[in-house]
Ligand binder design. Structure first.
Ligand code: TPP
Length: 575
């Protein structure tokens, strides 16, 4: 059949272990849609809104750590993938994106549903490929399958990421009467051997020598998936070197008992003297971005003498403007090789231990202030988030939308030892456009409870996350509805502008009830302190339906509660 090399793409993907596909409706993409849909080893789902579809694919790929196929028709559909493509690029999520196209000669010829699709995702994909539109010559088939191999291998290579394949198709796009789609047995597969960068012995010795010379070493962990081996290696490194480890909620280090969780909170209020006592000589970082603005500010102001960033490959970020060394290996291996049983003695030992104690003292001080604050019941989003996180089951996914949701959760922190709670957030681009869809993607391909905490704007923005036919019994959503973007009320700048309400907060009147009714979800409504305990109890019960718990509160209530929290933390410093 003329389209056989295209149909065989499905076979090639399956053989390379790429078995999840999200297909968006359209005609131009029919050859690919039919091939993937007909293949026994590929699980296909159809999602009509391309923006949601791409974020759902991103969620599935993040959960499975394997590339997910995304297919759309020609025209603006491809552009609707763009926000998720950028998020996947910055988070290192592998996607295999197919955009069906008109043959080259029909571009710019006033043909329908035709735009300029080559390289449409620009610099936010690892590479963009174009397939030929004619397949008669045997080299065309070789070219198509070589390209597919290259694209999949590239998507999976660290740092993983999205790749784009533009596929122009000539008509007819559907098999003729009596023609059946089958897959060739002989398919060209190009595998890649697994490898991992390893530090040479001399380099390890040099790093060990330098590390021993610093009395104040601080580790800051960026966004990172949970990794048991890494968590253990880091714990050992931290105790053997007396190095405090600062971890955001998104660094997924809550297995570790001694992680500094409240850095953002105490750094926002502590004075210059305390800040100076926290300044490291050596800063070691790994992972992606951190949420904590105040950690960034501290380290940019009080720069370390050296900053080592551990990242196996890819361009490292100089987030603190002090980067001196890029270390090309897995963070787990790095921390293992810099952990020693040798104990420092005397004054050197004392100096190192003191530095750790200073960080721990600030953590402890803040922990006490937080307990005092949360012991007094208040009706606010922050108090609810704290209570909700404390009640999370041992094993679940927690998804956090931008912007106050992820910040509240980060400030509340997850209790030490709870390593079964894996936390995700779209912090690649920090958009509010696909937070729900990403959580939906995760929920579609795992069976554990998935919880999403989201503000009202992010929630209503992405309501098409639910516009499909796949049930989501394991997804429960906590909507913090303050009828606008409260973040703009909380931060300096817009918080003082007269245009605040109209152009920043953007007041909106919706509640989640009509949406819950429309999609057949269970719905709980919280508008008073009295109902919190019972509502949360119901919310944690999984009984086969998607559940929404919506807290409706005013921006003033939440702002006051947050101001009071800051006052409580300050009072810990006697101010
Ligand atoms: C796609 C996109 N558009 C705009 C923004 C800017 N933005 C950041 S937070 C926010 C408001 C979010 O409101 P809501 O979801 O209700 O959360 P809250 O601020 O109340 O926590 C906006 C518009 C963004 N991050 N992403």
């Amino acid at each position: 059949m003329r389209l056989q090399p295209i149909f065989d793409i499905a076979e090639l993907c399956a053989r390379k272990g790429v078995t999840q596909a999200i297909l968006c409706p359209g005609s131009r993409c029919a050859p690919l849609t039919l091939a993937f849909a007909k293949h026994d080893d590929i699980q296909v789902r159809t999602i009509s809104d391309e923006r949601s579809a791409a974020f759902i694919a991103h969620g599935i790929a993040q959960q499975s750590q394997s590339p997910v196929i995304l297919v759309c028709t020609s025209g603006s559909a491809a552009y609707d993938f763009a926000p998720a493509v950028a998020e996947a690029f910055f988070q290192g999520t592998p996607l295999l994106i197919f955009t069906a196209d008109r043959p080259k000669e029909w571009i710019d010829q006033h043909d329908g549903q035709t735009i300029r699709q080559e390289n449409i995702f620009g610099v936010h994909v690892k590479k963009s490929f174009s397939l030929p539109e004619d397949y008669e010559h045997p080299d065309a088939q070789w070219f198509i399958h070589r390209t597919l191999n290259e694209a999949i291998n590239l998507a999976e290579e660290f740092p993983k990421g999205p790749v784009h394949i533009n596929a122009p198709f000539r008509e007819p796009l559907y098999p003729g009467k009596g023609e059946k789609i089958t897959f060739s047995k002989k398919i060209k597969i190009i595998a890649t051997a697994q490898s991992s960068p390893v530090l040479i012995k001399a380099e390890i010795e040099e790093l060990q020598r330098k590390l021993a010379g610093f009395s104040k070493t601080l580790v800051v962990a960026g966004q990172h998936d949970f990794n048991d081996g890494l968590a253990k290696a880091l714990d050992k490194f931290s105790s053997s070197n007396h190095a405090p480890v600062v971890g955001d909620i998104l660094s997924n280090l809550h297995a570790n008992l001694n992680v500094i969780r409240y850095a953002d909170t105490f750094l926002s209020v502590c004075g210059d003297d305390v800040q100076r006592s926290l300044q490291p000589e050596l800063l070691i970082t790994f992972g992606k971005s951190i949420i904590s603005k105040h950690t960034k500010l501290l380290l940019r102001k009080l720069k370390p003498l050296e900053h080592w960033h551990v990242q196996p490959a890819g361009v490292p970020a100089d987030t603190y403007q002090s980067l001196t060394k890029v270390i090309r290996c897995e963070p787990k291996d790095f921390f293992k090789s810099l952990t020693s049983d040798k104990k420092d003695k005397g004054f050197e030992h004392q100096k190192k231990e003191n530095f750790l104690r200073v960080w721990q003292a600030e953590e402890h001080r803040t922990g006490l202030s937080m307990s005092t604050y949360f012991n007094e019941p208040t009706f606010s989003e922050f108090a609810l988030v704290k209570e909700f996180i404390s009640g999370l089951p041992q094993r679940c996914n927690l998804h956090l939308a931008n912007s106050m949701s992820v910040r509240y959760a980060n400030m509340a922190g997850i209790g030490a030892g709870k390593k079964g709670i894996h936390v995700f957030a779209n912090r690649g681009t920090s958009g509010i456009d696909g937070c729900t869809s990403t959580a939906v993607g995760h929920s579609l391909c795992n069976e554990i409870p998935n919880f999403l905490i989201t503000g009202d704007m992010a929630f209503f923005y992405d309501r098409n996350a639910f516009w499909h036919n796949y049930p989501l019994p394991n997804l429960h959503i906590l909507v913090l509805n303050n009828h606008g973007g409260i973040i703009f009320n909380m931060i300096d700048g817009p918080g003082n502008a007269t245009e605040l309400d109209e152009f920043f907060v953007t007041r909106q009147k919706l509640t989640a009830l009509p949406l819950a009714t429309e999609f057949g979800f269970a719905y709980l409504h919280l508008d008073s302190l009295k109902k919190i305990k019972n509502n949360l109890k119901d919310f944690f019960i999984f009984d086969g339906k998607t559940k929404i718990l919506e807290i409706e509160s005013t921006q003033d209530e939440n702002k006051r509660a947050f101001e009071k929290f800051k006052q409580q933390i300050k009072s810990g410093y006697g101010t």
